[in-house]
Ligand binder design. Sequence first.
Ligand code: GAP
Length: 485
Amino acid sequence: MDKIVALAKRRGFIYPGSEIYGGLANTYDYGPVGAELLRNIKNLWWKNFIQKRPDIVGLDSGIISHHKIWEASGHVAGFADAMIDCKHCKARMRADHLLENYIESMDPKIREDLIRAYGGKNKDFSNALKVGKVEGLSVEMLENIRVNLSNLPTKPLICPNCGENEWTKIRKFNLLFPVQLGIVEGEQGSAYLRGETAQGIFINFRNVADSNRVRLPFGIGQIGKMFRNEITAGNSVFRTIEFEAGEIEYFFDPQTTKWEPLFEEWKNAIWEFVTKQLGIQEKNLRWREHEEEERSFYSMRTEDLEYHFPFGTKELWGLAYRTDYDLTQHMNASKKELMIVDPQTQKKILPHVIEPAVGMTRLLLMVLVDAYTEEEGRTVLKIAPKLAPYKVAVFPLLANKEDLVAKARKVFELLSPEFMTAFDDRGNIGKRYLSQDEIGTPWCVTIDFDTLDNDTVTVRDRDTTKQDRIKISDLVSYFTDKLEA
Ligand code: GAP
């Protein structure tokens, strides 16, 4: 992971936020190639789930939103992380992550013995040891597990920062970011930065249904920033306080559509997208169903697609059956009708929803991790070509030969309206190849002396390093075919 983080900074994918002022915890900026990669991921998501689906429409709702939305949705009361402080070094961390990491690091034999010993007398503790997941458990349950781990005689729960075993009590910490609108007095001026884009979809459900020719089942999807005042454990952009997500609320009539097969359809669609479109290796992915205690307050069933990151197997994409929870809450709180009428039966329907939700920035981190390869003296990002920040790089063989540089500029002008194209005439050609390999550019085009005679160039493939001789006039169709393959 350290190597990937270093490459991401050095080559302009990800920079620490507010760096020249000493940094701001859990914030990041995306550099030139990072911005391209993120844009490509978002475009592919949009194309796959909105553009190509006749049953899903897009939305772009606001970030600053009425406090009543978040009260009705349950986030003001229930959207909180459990946190704990080390009394010795004052480090603050998420209690669930502290406990999970500790359980994962335990000697398997000791863990087995404890599961057996506590099975009858402390079910919460023995269950936590068994499944290794405690996210979403109540503060009381977490505190029970924490106390038991702290009291273990052999290897008690110690602070990962200072190594001491002196803890405060676990307590909840709300994740929403409040904002005060400058010109509005009192309660009216109190708003929140959205903690999920989903609420923008629910509160616009009737607007979309009334202004578009949609019929159940149908989805509304959007990509946008969301904000969570999270305590995080590093790991680059895996968990940040500001991030972009892509969320779809897929509405259906529970009287006519069964949720279980729909849930399976969504699992397949997500798997297909991650493996086929993003080109992620299947061996690094798995589905995991949430335990009842772990599920969000609004969900009847949740499954996460998880990815094997270097720092553990972690949630990539959540799929939740949110029922009619949100529409009901907003209907009750706003006193507005949010049901829709079936045009055939004239019956009023309050739809249920299945929600696939994924962090775009988390997808970006996964793409970098999955693509990172070291081989034969080079570092290569084997990113799927359609995601690569630059598709092509153009080089004149020698920088000091004016006619080669002029020809290379012409090739750049031909390619750059069609593809993100880099131009490089610094250093020797071998170094330029290595430099493009590191940012995942799939093809490098070199203009050499033969080009001046016969208008052909060499095209070098990132993964095989093989070179083809191609006519300049064929380059656009050559790359287009490869990108569409
Ligand atoms: N509307 C559902 C929802 O918000 P979530 O599991 O909390 O569900 C959805 O978030 C997805 O957003 C996650 O699967 C993950 O990919 C991403 N995500 C969540 N918190 C994040 C954070 N702090 N930083 C980056 N990505 C995050």
